[in-house]
Design a protein around this ligand. Structure first.
Ligand code: S3P
Length: 454
């Protein structure tokens, strides 16, 4: 879908945020549960699926490919077709804003011998796909595009792909996952080598569905991830834990708004996803993981955060994959710290839903926060508890930019305006309601007819 009409919103200095709440299911795990359910024999039941535009587009896509995904009561059910058993869809598959849906589906379609046109919104149509398509082409995928490696494009796979051994040139769970998914349709072993650990939900969940997947150190600090082709995947019951990347905005708000205390229940704390929380603690934030336990094969905890005095830190590049989606909100938190926060190794931020490195720096500058971009490093000069605010932030069809800067506005001196909140529905439609439930002051932009919260 497209977001033509901009829907602005304003965030004001708020009273202490207080409460205990849940946030919706993890986006990465939700996409995978639908896709793996479609490739399995029998029924997959998913509890806690994230019902946001990105994931709904994946649900529509698997349905269009002959594996119906529908909501029944409080759960979702996918009727799977087995590995290689999907059917040609009647029309193009529309992935909206979602890089994850698109790239993982490319791996799935690589194993199917029919053409499929893949389309998306303006943001998705600007994002590079060669990182996935190049290795998939060596396995046998054919690609047609008038737009280089960008959407819209048509892919055509084949039922017996060639297994490959591929070292990731960029730390990307989407690329890793696409190759592993294509490996399901290749005789023998397909291997992905990663130098830096990225989120491992594909490996965990493929094993849970019955695939043979191993991850072993190669002796040189890298990991070899191998999948054996042509497995019999069996439909499963999946429980999706709460999304740590969504929780991050509410936790950040609690840390920067004086007097706040917020607890979020049942959040995924897989170590490949918790870099943001580790960094907050290094900055001096009172953030704790309580009642740590395992649910549905993933570690979860209740995360509690209190308002804290923060100090600037240096965030090492090797931590980037474990907090890749959290840099915009971390940069907004860093604006309240004393001293400088330097975030290193951010090259991948340039190819997210927007150029997040530039969008984050621009948003901070518009609100009186000084920044420096030095190569792939973003430096934020903290205001020791004070951020002027008063600026207008351009979201560039990027949900995380919108949510990060609404969070900033809850503790800045003057209100912060975000130019488009409609895009938040791609990942976290409940964001505004949950923030308001904690006491956050969000509201229409004076003089604007379309700024109502909702
Ligand atoms: C995701 C991987 C990350 C992340 C995205 C979700 C996934 O992207 O930014 O939001 O579910 O695999 P990259 O693999 O491009 O780093």
């Amino acid at each position: 879908m497209s977001h033509v009409l901009l829907k602005p919103l304003l965030a004001r200095k708020s009273p202490p945020l207080r409460g205990r709440l849940s946030v919706p299911g993890d986006k990465s795990i939700s996409h995978r549960a639908l896709l793996f359910g479609a490739l399995s024999i029998g029924r997959t039941r998913i509890d806690g699926l994230l019902e946001a535009e990105d994931v709904i587009n994946t649900a529509r896509s698997v349905t269009a490919l002959g594996a119906p995904a529908k909501k029944t009561g409080n759960s979702w059910e996918v009727t799977g077709r087995g590995v290689g058993g999907l059917q040609q869809p009647a029309s193009p598959l529309d992935f909206g804003n979602s890089g994850t849906g698109t790239r993982l589906m490319m791996g799935v379609l690589a194993g199917h011998d029919f053409p499929v046109e893949m389309i998306g919104d303006a943001s998705l149509s600007r994002r590079p796909m060669a990182r996935v398509l190049d290795p998939l082409k060596t396995m046998g995928l054919e690609v047609q595009s008038d737009n280089g490696d960008r959407l819209p494009l048509t892919v055509r796979g084949m039922s017996d792909l060639v297994p490959i051994e591929y070292e990731l040139p960029v730390p990307s769970a989407q690329v890793k996952s696409a190759i592993l998914l294509a490996g399901l349709h290749a005789a023998g072993e397909t291997t992905v080598i990663e130098a830096e650990p990225t989120r491992d939900h594909t490996e965990r969940m493929l094993r849970f569905f019955g695939a043979d997947v191993s991850a072993t150190p190669d002796g040189n600090g890298k990991t070899r991830i191998c999948v054996t082709g042509n497995p019999l995947l069996q439909g499963r019951d999946v429980k999706v834990p709460a999304d740590p990347s969504s929780a991050a905005f509410l936790i950040a708000a609690a840390v920067i708004v004086p007097g706040s205390e917020v607890t979020i229940d049942g959040v995924l704390i897989n170590p490949t996803r918790t870099g943001f929380y580790e960094t907050l603690r290094e900055m001096g934030a009172d953030v704790t993981f309580e009642n740590q336990r395992e649910e549905g094969g993933e570690p979860v905890a209740n995360i509690r955060a209190r308002h804290s005095a923060l100090k600037g830190v240096s965030v090492p590049p090797e931590r980037a994959p474990s907090m890749i989606d959290e840099y915009p909100v971390l940069a907004c938190v860093a604006a309240f710290a004393s001293g400088e926060t330097a975030m290193h190794g951010l090259a991948e931020l340039r190819v997210k839903e927007s150029d997040r490195l530039t969008a984050t720096a621009d948003g901070l500058n518009a609100n009186g926060v000084a920044t420096r971009i030095e190569g792939d490093t973003l430096v934020v000069i903290g205001g020791n508890g004070k951020v002027p605010g008063g600026g207008l932030v351009a979201t560039h069809l990027d949900h995380r930019i919108a949510m990060a800067f609404l969070t900033l506005g809850l503790a800045s001196d003057k209100p912060v305006t975000v130019d488009d909140i409609a895009i938040i529905a791609t990942s976290f439609p409940e964001f505004i309601g949950l923030m308001e439930g904690l006491g956050a002051v969000l509201g229409p932009v004076p003089g604007s007819s379309c700024g109502a919260a909702g």
